[in-house]
Design a protein around this ligand. Structure first.
Ligand SMILES: Nc1ncnc2c1ncn2[C@@H]1O[C@H](COP(=O)(O)OP(=O)(O)OP(=O)(O)O)[C@@H](O)[C@H]1O
Ligand SMILES: [Mg+2]
Length: 249
């Protein structure tokens, strides 16, 4: 699996780092983020530090505008911090070039968002296998991997259905399968149930719990406290800082 993911050996080196540097998979050290729009600065993160151990399931909660999405974007390498350090598997992501950061993001991190961002005219199976087509994985292997994941999210029987014919909860499960197709170690989800009714929200929370039971590290932003209760650790964010945290494990 690692070999086919690796194009030039560097990701393999990153994987090695994770093995060598113990069980901390994510570490933030005094991370700050200032956005400047129209010359006006907004301090979205004002000095956040915490460690994530491999295999944790963390919920991030807090009021609107408190910096939750910013936190997820920075951890996922979609944006860079203004100051402070973010280590993914012991690698300081600020020291990576844009290309290497993209590589790390593609191979190590899966993203799930509130709106499923599926391609409406492509059947489920195609939506999920898209990242593999881009990578040139053979059609037989693609099919095997996609069907296995669809089974995992309980949607094998919908493989040839278009997303427009699925419920919101089903669409989100397709998006989760797609996020997992490269077998990332970390799953980041920003309000994954924000658009769902309570029954489907719980179904997604239970799915995350099962994925976590199999060892996947999960960070999930949510406004829904019932959904948050499925995580083993809850970080409460307010005004760009961690206000408190709760550990259930
Ligand atoms: N690209 C940006 N440019 C300027 N300001 C931004 C940008 N992104 C976020 N902000 C500001 O940073 C702060 C934190 O935003 P963020 O999106 O992280 O909050 P959030 O906790 O995810 O909120 P919500 O619950 O509404 O999604 C807010 O004041 C927001 O207006
Ligand atoms: Mg947000």
């Amino acid at each position: 699996m690692k070999q086919e993911m690796s194009t030039d050996g560097n990701i393999e080196a990153l994987s090695q780092d994770i093995v060598d540097k113990g069980s901390t998979i994510i570490e933030l050290i005094d991370v700050k983020k200032v956005y400047v729009s129209d010359g006006v600065p907004t301090e979205a993160m004002r000095g956040i530090s915490f460690k994530v151990t491999k295999g944790e399931f963390i919920a991030v909660v807090g009021p609107s505008g408190s910096g939750k999405s910013t936190l997820l974007h920075l951890i996922g390498g979609l944006d860079r911090p203004t100051s402070g350090r973010i280590l993914i598997g012991g690698n300081d992501i600020n020291k990576l070039s844009d290309d290497k950061l993209a590589e790390l993001r593609n191979e190590k991190i899966g993203f799930v968002f509130q709106f499923y961002n599926l391609v409406p005219y492509l059947p489920v199976i195609k939506n999920v296998e898209l990242p593999l087509i881009v990578k040139g994985v053979s059609s037989q292997e693609r099919r095997e991997r996609v069907l296995k994941l669809l089974e995992e999210v309980g949607l094998k029987d919908k493989a040839f259905t278009r997303p427009t014919r699925l419920s919101g909860g089903e669409q989100q499960r397709v998006a989760i399968a797609r996020a997992l197709i490269n077998n990332p170690e970390i799953l980041l989800a920003d309000e994954p149930t924000g658009n769902l009714d309570s029954k489907n929200s719980i179904m997604i929370a239970e799915l995350f719990r099962r994925l976590n039971d199999k060892g996947r590290t999960i960070l999930m932003v949510t406004h829904n406290l019932l959904v948050a209760s499925y995580a083993k650790r809850i970080l409460y964010i307010r005004d760009g800082l961690i206000e408190k945290e709760e550990n259930k494990a």
